[in-house]
Write a protein that binds this ligand. Sequence first.
Ligand code: R5P
Length: 277
Amino acid sequence: MKVVAGTSSPLLAKRIANALNADLAKTTFKKFPDGELYVRIEDVDKEAVIVQSINSNDDLVALMLMFDALEDAEITAVIPYMGYARQDKKFNEGEAVSIRAVAKLIESYASKVITVNIHSRDAAGYFKKLVEVDAMPVIGQYYSGKDVVMVSPDLGSYERVKVCAEHAGCEFDYLEKTRLDAETVEIKPKSLDVKGKNIVIVDDIISTGGTMIEATKMLLKAGANSVECACVHAVLAGNALNRLYSAGVRKVIATDTIEKAVSVISVAEAIADVLRS
Ligand code: R5P
């Protein structure tokens, strides 16, 4: 079995190959003068594991061409970050359900699909062969033994943060929004006093950074000693990282589902475990 390192996930693919003691397939990715992508994959016989996050339209096209190049192999698609998953329903008449289209495309080629913390149950529901890896234990282990308190930005992420905090061995809470009047919303931790504490806000995705920035401002105002932001998927659209630091965030960390400078925690072993089974 060969591991195919996609254009968006070269480091994670290498880490997964190392964990499995498998070889990487020889790949060539080139751009034609008009910008179209050329893909060639050599030395793959029966089985291939493609590792390719979908964090842009180019990533999706590259994935499609990799599938085609591997037409004779049985393919497991590891999509560490499943982009397009936030459009998981028709919010307005006439809209595309993006993740449904992406799921159809992927499952028309792959016999098994593995992803990490997909956006929602609705999004996961469009797949028939999906296995989901939870990155919360590895993020928790990264903080094990550190003097921190974990906070979920909302009740919806509470269960996720609970798993993370259990692996870190620290206290946890979630932020609760209370509407005081038509113009005023108060956001504060449900039960913990954050004064003097080192807080880690944990979420699945940091995209624009808006959610983390609001939470950080509130926590610092409430007397937190420091605030770090930890997430699975560092989408970090536009200048999100600068905006986070400007808002007073001390550190941003993420897993390597999206390969950025902040992606210091690897999900390779967790994915390799699923591949082994
Ligand atoms: C929401 O459902 C997610 O868990 C994240 O809180 C959200 O996607 C983060 O987005 P942003 O960084 O743009 O606030």
